[in-house]
Design a binder for this molecule. Structure first.
Ligand code: PCD
Length: 805
């Protein structure tokens, strides 16, 4: 913007538009405890629901006795599957085309499964009554391992017995869900057979959980007088919830109002539809009173959407010089008791087929088998776009393993295989079109900043010192280069439950030159109220401070598919820019009329329209807004409003280069992160400060997943990590200082060139932390060891390598 005269520069700065590190407008209420979360919704006569949950991972429900619970003072109702069956609500459709029990119908399939729903005067009475419901179970054999499940005679889903085809094609076994194949298997196998070098590696991306600070919950309020159902909830996709609620309940969609108030973190956990929502709605319809259901932490960890649980085997082929020639990837995906994965319909394994990563790999093949086990359903993209984190972890580990096999430097191996700048838009072997990228520039900048060569030298010296017995710490240099794929749509490729994945923005300019804009997305902490106003400020020339952003109320917001998969900027952000341009187009006509010149003789200049070549003749956007309501202009309607429903032509492909330097104490297994450098390229940057916050948050969650966070089960299907005593949630204590950096490669198809960024640091961070741990032991013969790298497992790795002798 250095072409601006000082005066224009000042006007431009006043807008607080694109590129401004504008302070988050939502923080005024958050930092003062004035946020309005679901649990803050309190209504007269409101009842409280709580679940009776199964202690067993697999059991027949022989009987449920509600008598003692119903006898407790304050208990209003106890619902079981039998009560829901006449309404046909004892099962519900999942986002993956499967169906899921709302309340146990004859059997339970995972520990923590919902068996009965108690409704009581207050939360405490409800909890007491839960204890009084007597359920008789008959235990069944438990399958927690997907490979065993595929061989077992035990039929997990009796409701599907005999069905040889599912929503995603043929089923090979009664516990098999689908096989999803992408790419050319024959060609890939041919390359693997004739290649100079082929390495094979198997890895497990463990089951974990998004664990937002606020758990999932809702308040359902059925007004029997006007027939209107209002549902407040922790929903990442409020409009989708409204449509599903309408389809399930038969209540017409205009009579359902879904409100997502402030949300205390989503991370994919709040995309799916949970039994608690259905039960609360039914309970409110039955009792005629509002019903609140908010799960506790243990319920959240045990029963709501898990993430990952992918067993991945890769084969990578290369020339002796390290040029990759082919990639084969076979995945066994543990989906738990019901296939409730949140993915676009045509992608039963999400965007796992971006597993060729940032590399120019001519042929590739991917096959994913989905399998039922006795674990919780879900399968959400915890801070990644539909399984991208699995894909990126897979390829970034395969690269490391190939580097070991070739005895090559892993940074150099990446460099010679990167997709080159001039190859964009790039067609990947598994069917994606990467919109833009400049990987070499980013990589060189990253390596130079951290003095990569110096680090390798230091590492080699450390290895020698260790061998001489002078030190007991090893140094790991973790590298990762990732490409994300965010912004689903386009509608022709991506839908959820048949609803195309577009998004929307509606703007209304007020006469005094301020505005309200509503979008189909919903912030869960990302700061949309701050950043969407910035996009609009630059488009329409009104200060971001004069623009209110509203999301999450289906009675007022235009239809949208919600916020997950970093899609808000690529899709709703684009809708905002497009709606802004419509406003500008009308404003141009108004300005021309007011200035008494032809439409083509005025041009937009930051916050005004000026007569071309006569900058002193202008009308500001404020003048124009006023005129739009108060001046009868021939041929123009009054008012200044616009709406855009945006169907993106493609997804956006943000990328980044990360380096982690770690010192590992071989005797305790404790890793000390010395340095973490993250370079992100998300195209045009809307708010650098918010981006930095997003990167810090995503890296923190990456650290968690790589270094300890997991949902672990024992053989009986007991969840071993159902409290924050056992489930690792990092705090300031564990989190290192993160250094952030960037390059800017705009998206060629996005109206303002922006790509998503919220998930990137997680996607790139997990392999970076993991590679650092593994790299520390490379000199001692380690090829691969599975995450999470908690202290005990790191110690075990050192022990297995004989480093404790
Ligand atoms: N941005 C800027 N620039 C650019 C891009 C972006 O500035 N270029 C910014 C925006 O505006 C916002 C943010 O940043 O505010 C983000 O964005 P994105 O990327 O677009 O995204 P979104 O859609 O909005 O969001 C979503 C994401 C996700 S997906 C996740 S997980 C996470 C993240 O986001 N989550 C969260 N981040 C966050 N943060 C917070 N605080 N919280 C939360 O919860 Mo998924 O799928 O759901 O799993």
């Amino acid at each position: 913007m250095n072409d601006l005269t000082p005066e224009r520069e000042e006007r431009s700065a006043n807008l607080k538009g694109l590129g401004c590190s504008r302070k988050r407008v939502e923080d005024a209420r958050f930092t003062q405890g004035k946020g309005n979360y679901v649990d803050d919704v309190k209504m007269p006569g409101m009842l409280h629901g709580d679940f009776v949950r199964s202690p067993y991972a697999h059991a027949r429900v022989v009987s449920v006795n509600k008598d003692a619970a119903l006898a407790l003072d304050g208990v209003v109702a106890v619902l079981t599957a039998e009560d829901l069956a006449p309404l046909n609500l004892h099962w519900m459709p999942t986002l993956a085309g499967d169906k899921q029990m709302v309340l146990a119908d004859g059997k339970v399939l995972f520990q923590g499964q919902e068996v009965a729903f108690v409704v009581a005067r207050d939360r405490y009475v409800a909890a007491d009554a839960v204890e009084l419901v007597e359920v008789e179970y008959e235990e069944l054999p438990v399958l927690t391992d997907p490979f065993e499940s595929l061989k077992s005679d035990v039929v997990l889903r009796e409701d599907l017995a005999g069905q040889t085809t599912g929503p995603h094609g043929p089923r090979k076994h009664h516990n098999h869900i689908f096989t999803w194949e992408q790419g050319d298997e024959t060609a890939t196998n041919q390359v693997l057979e004739s290649a100079d070098v082929v390495v094979e590696e198997s890895m497990y991306y463990h089951r974990t959980h998004p664990c937002p600070l606020e758990t999932c919950g809702c308040v359902a309020s059925m007004d029997k007088v006007n027939g209107k159902l209002t549902l407040w909830g922790t929903f990442q996709a409020p409009h989708v919830v409204r449509t599903v609620a309408s389809m399930l309940s038969g209540i017409e969609e205009h009579n359902i109002r879904v409100i997502s108030p402030d949300i205390g973190g989503g991370f994919g956990n709040k995309v799916g539809v949970y039994p608690g929502y259905i039960c609360s709605i039914v309970a409110s319809i039955v009792t005629g009173q509002p019903v609140k259901w908010v799960e506790d932490r243990m319920e959240n960890l045990m029963a709501t959407a898990f993430a990952r649980d992918y067993w991945m085997t890769g084969k990578i082929a290369a020339t002796k010089e390290g040029k990759i020639t082919g990639l084969h990837c076979q995945v066994t995906a543990d989906h738990g008791g019901f296939d409730a994965c949140a993915d676009p319909t045509k992608f039963p394994a999400g965007f796992m087929n971006i597993c060729t990563g940032s590399y120019d790999i001519p042929v590739a093949y991917l096959a994913v088998d989905g399998v039922y086990t006795n674990k919780a359903p879900g399968g959400v993209s915890y801070r990644c776009s539909f399984r991208v984190t699995e894909a990126v972890y897979f390829i970034e580990r395969m690269i490391e393993v190939l580097a070991i096999e070739l005895d090559m430097d892993a940074a150099e191996l990446r460099r010679i295989n990167f997709i080159r700048k001039e190859q964009f838009p790039y067609q990947s072997a598994l069917g994606w079109e990467y919109d833009s990228g400049d990987y070499h520039t980013a990589w060189d900048k990253a390596l130079k900043t951290v003095d990569y060569d110096g680090l390798r030298k230091e590492q080699a010296e450390r290895v020698e010192a260790f061998k001489r017995g002078e030190t007991r710490t090893l140094m790991g240099i973790g590298l990762s280069f990732f490409t994300e794929i965010v912004g689903a749509g386009p509608v022709k490729n991506c839908d959820i439950l048949g609803m195309g994945m577009f998004d929307s923005c509606e703007i209304r300019i007020h006469p005094t030159g301020s505005a309200i804009a509503r979008l189909g997305t919903i912030s869960q902490g990302q700061g949309h109220a701050t950043t969407f106003a910035q996009i609009l400020a630059s488009e329409i020339g009104l200060s971001a401070d004069s623009i209110t952003i509203e999301e999450g109320d289906t009675d007022t917001a235009p239809y949208g598919l919600g916020t997950y998969g970093s899609r808000s900027t690529p899709v709703a952000g684009a809708a905002a820019a497009m709606a802004g341009r419509k406003i500008r187009a009308k404003a141009q006509m108004i300005a021309a009329y007011l200035l008494e010149v032809h439409d083509d003789d005025v041009e937009f200049d930051v916050d005004r329209f000026v007569v071309k070549g006569v900058p002193e003749r202008f009308k500001t956007m404020k003048d124009i807004a006023y005129a739009a309501y108060n001046q009868a202009i021939p041929g123009l309607e009054l008012g200044l409003e616009a709406v855009s429903y945006y169907d993106p032509p493609n997804m956006t492909y943000p990328f980044g280069a990360y380096v982690c330097v770690m010192d590992i104490d071989v005797d305790t297994g404790v890793p000390e992160i010395r340095r973490f450098y993250a370079l992100d390229d998300c195209g045009t940057r809307i708010n650098p400060m918010i981006i930095e916050g997003q990167v810090h948050g995503g890296l923190t969650e990456a650290l968690a997943v790589a270094l300890g966070q997991e949902i672990a089960y024992d053989k009986m299907g007991n969840v071993k990590t159902a409290t924050l005593m056992d489930f690792f949630l990092p705090t300031a204590w564990e989190v290192p200082n993160f250094e952030t950096d960037h390059t800017v490669t705009p998206s060629p198809h996005h109206p303002i060139g922006a790509k998503g960024v919220g998930e990137s640091p997680h996607v790139g961070g997990v392999p970076c932390f993991s590679n650092a741990v593994q790299d520390a032991f490379r000199a001692f013969g380690l090829r691969h060891t599975n995450m999470p790298h908690d202290h005990w497992r790191i110690w075990q790795t050192a022990n297995d390598l004989g480093l404790h002798e």
